[in-house]
Ligand binder design. Structure first.
Ligand code: IDP
Ligand code: MG
Length: 219
């Protein structure tokens, strides 16, 4: 059975930008011409039956390059164990970003492997999964606001803390690449995948912070 949502995902992989709010783990693992044709057909059907504007409009990660852009930020087990949660959150909050969702999660091996699937062939992958699944929780968060994906990476700092700017989380609080405290989505596509992987849509809050206009206005 080929659902509309599966069709949307397939259409998206074949270059059609589609609204997608489903977790990445739900994505089908097949490809090919038949799936592409079915995906385009489902996409057309979806367009005909919905008022949602498709092109450039929000995925679960908001709308790229607007104030609705969202990033997935995760304080890793060392950040929680070292009791740095408040200091880390403060960097995002006081910059002016909006907290959309936050929860502690003790990740399963499957969740950690899916989150880092693009690194599965790297030699450090088993150690990375063991680190994330140490049994100490992570703090999974979604933050929203202008350029939050790129700025989130700057707030977090370089992957190797020894290369990270001193004012970044990693540059201020870490010295080892294997214990670098925090994760931040590295692109809009990653943010869409990761928010969908860690959160259900109804866990993502819709509200406007009191100072939002003061912070986000360009005049
Ligand atoms: P990022 O977290 O800055 O996006 P990635 O290259 O995506 O960096 O790697 C994901 C995570 O894998 C890193 O944050 C770090 O925890 C771990 N990692 C990356 N490179 C190494 C390494 O060389 N040794 C051990 N762990 C690594
Ligand atoms: Mg990465």
């Amino acid at each position: 059975m080929f659902s509309i949502r599966q069709g949307l995902r397939t259409a998206s992989r074949h270059g059609v930008r589609a609204l997608s709010t489903q977790p990445a783990r739900a994505a089908p693992r097949y490809a090919g011409a038949a799936a592409a044709a079915a995906g385009v057909a489902a996409f057309a059907l979806y367009q005909a039956n919905t008022a949602v504007k498709m092109e450039g409009k929000p995925t679960i990660a908001g709308e790229h390059k607007t104030v609705s852009e969202r990033s997935f930020i995760m304080i890793k087990p060392d950040g929680v164990s070292r009791q740095l949660v408040g200091k880390i959150i403060d960097k995002f909050e006081s910059r002016g970003y909006k907290l959309v969702a936050l929860k502690t999660v003790t990740p399963s091996k499957e969740l950690a492997q899916e989150h880092y699937a693009d690194l599965s062939s790297r030699p450090f992958f088993p150690g990375l999964v063991a680190y994330i699944t140490s049994g100490v929780p992570v703090v999974a968060m979604v933050w929203e606001g202008k350029d939050v994906i790129k700025q989130g990476r700057r707030i977090v700092g370089a992957t190797n803390p020894l290369d990270a700017d001193p004012g970044s989380v990693r540059g201020q609080y870490a010295v080892s690449v294997g214990r670098n405290l925090i994760h931040a989505s590295d692109s809009f596509d990653s943010a869409t995948k990761e928010i969908g992987l860690w959160f259900k849509e109804n866990e993502l809050s819709q509200y406007e912070p009191a100072a939002w206009g003061w912070i986000m206005a360009d005049n």
